[in-house]
Ligand binder design. Structure first.
Ligand code: LLP
Length: 430
């Protein structure tokens, strides 16, 4: 199997950024999320460079939903990233990680007045998803004595090659305002006293392995931008969202690079803004591309079983990585303690959750397995821990970060006490 440069096999053991996964699992226990900080740095630089070599005003906003660990967000903050935040919680995480408010965009189709007030209080720009929200925001900003800077989320009505649950720019999707109603929305915003339109935003979907759909989205966006400048809207930024996918099937998926993305998108963007006579910053919101492959989920085999097929029952399930169960997603698995052994037996790797769908990897050729073996689930850094739960009364596992020769916890494992710590006893049960 093709491995990215930070994953190597030495003496039969899988290593991440030079650290032996077998030792990490012994030290910290399993299940365990392990992330290479240096890999994230490389991915960010690579993405930023591809765009900034073609246009000087680039702002990368990390999609905080992909991985909300502060240690990871801090790394991205240091590199100059801002964030796409989708809740008050993500907004506070981004600020805490050291991202300046001016580099944040508060997205979302269903914000409360309190969410809007928090963004206004911190001077965070808001991507407005409906006219109803626009008027609510105008009221919230008036009350606070502030002017809220906004973009509108455009629904460009684009079909994209990805799982239907993560295509977000379809005409039928819940996100954004239909592209043909966008100019009217800006006119409406211009008439609001406490709102100032400064940007325009779209996001067409996630895990997209072709670059052409991004170019089509850019086309729609620059066309609208041109119309808006005629209306007197001064666009300071044009945000094309995230969505560049990664090759979860290491040997067969296409692996578009940021260079490929830039080659497809930048000519459209540059020609479009020239035609419109504007020079907005170009914002993009990658999540998965920056963090997915930096991280392994290490999980121990509890038992093996031969039934109608062979099962390897491991200690992590969809409580910790829901992507396979939720999107039929594929993640490569490697037996970390026999990483160079021949792949001779087919196993289905199943978690400890009481659901038939709790399968991490189906029908994979692996070395012969026994209880105690260590399995690494690859590409688990995006929407992995971030979507975890305590389902079935399972405390979440720890996360560790490796950087150069160093290793440290970046989140402790939850304990059984964490299962009950937020529960309160109703008075009649005292
Ligand atoms: N910007 C907005 C407004 C988004 O909604 C998203 C992702 C992103 C940026 C980042 O997209 P990325 O670059 O990561 O593809 N849980 C699903 C993915 C959901 C994505 C939701 N929005 C999964 O595990 O595949």
């Amino acid at each position: 199997m093709k491995l990215p440069s930070h994953l190597t096999i030495q003496n039969g053991h899988l290593h991440i950024a030079g650290h032996d996964c077998v030792s990490l699992a012994e030290t910290y226990g399993t299940p365990l999320y392990v992330t290479s900080e240096d890999r994230i740095r490389d991915r960010f630089r690579n993405y930023h460079q591809a765009l900034s070599s073609r246009y000087s005003q680039i702002q990368v906003l990390f999609a905080a939903k992909a991985n909300g660990n502060l240690a990871i967000m801090r790394v991205l903050a240091q590199l100059g990233a801002g964030a796409d935040v989708f809740s008050s919680g993500e907004l506070l995480l981004a600020l805490e990680a050291g991202m300046p408010a001016k580099k944040l965009l508060y997205n979302g189709s269903s914000k409360t007045k309190n969410d809007l007030a928090l963004a206004v209080q911190h001077g965070v720009k808001i991507s407005v998803d409906s006219l109803d929200e626009l008027h609510q925001l105008d009221g919230v900003a008036r009350k606070a004595g502030k002017i809220a800077e906004i973009s509108f989320r455009v629904n460009p009505a684009l079909e994209v090659p990805t799982h239907p649950k993560i295509a977000t720019g379809l005409a039928t999707s819940k996100f954004g305002i239909p592209y043909d109603r966008i100019p009217a929305a800006y006119k409406e915003a211009l008439s609001c006293k406490n709102v100032k339109p400064v940007g325009i935003h779209c996001h067409i979907g996630s895990q997209i392995l072709e670059v052409e759909p991004f170019a089509r989205a850019a086309e729609v966006m620059v066309r609208i931008a041109c119309e808006l400048s005629g209306l007197g809207v001064n666009l300071e930024f044009l945000d094309l969202g995230g969505g560049l996918g990664i090759p979860y099937h290491h040997d067969s998926d296409p692996a578009p690079t940021p260079e490929d993305y830039a080659n497809a998108v930048m000519p459209v963007f540059l020609a479009g803004i020239k035609a419109a006579g504007i020079t907005p910053e170009l914002w993009i919101e990658p999540g998965r591309f920056l963090v997915a492959d930096s991280t392994l989920l290490l999980t121990r085999v509890n038992s093996v079983k031969s039934a109608h097929k062979r099962f390897a029952n491991v200690d992590a399930g969809f409580n910790l990585l829901i992507r396979p169960a939720m999107y039929d997603a594929y993640h490569e698995v490697i037996v970390a303690n026999h990483a160079d052994a021949p792949l001779i037996t087919e196993y289905t790797v199943t978690g400890p959750i009481c659901e038939t769908g709790d399968i991490l990897a189906a029908d994979r050729k692996l070395p012969e397995l026994a209880s105690g073996d260590l399995i690494a689930v690859l590409d688990a850094g995006a929407y992995g821990y971030a979507m975890s739960s305590q389902y079935n009364g399972r405390p979440r596992c720890p996360e560790v970060l490796v950087h150069g020769n160093e290793v440290a916890l970046m989140r402790r494992g939850e304990t059984l006490a964490d299962l009950t710590c937020s529960m309160v006893r109703p008075p009649w049960q005292q």
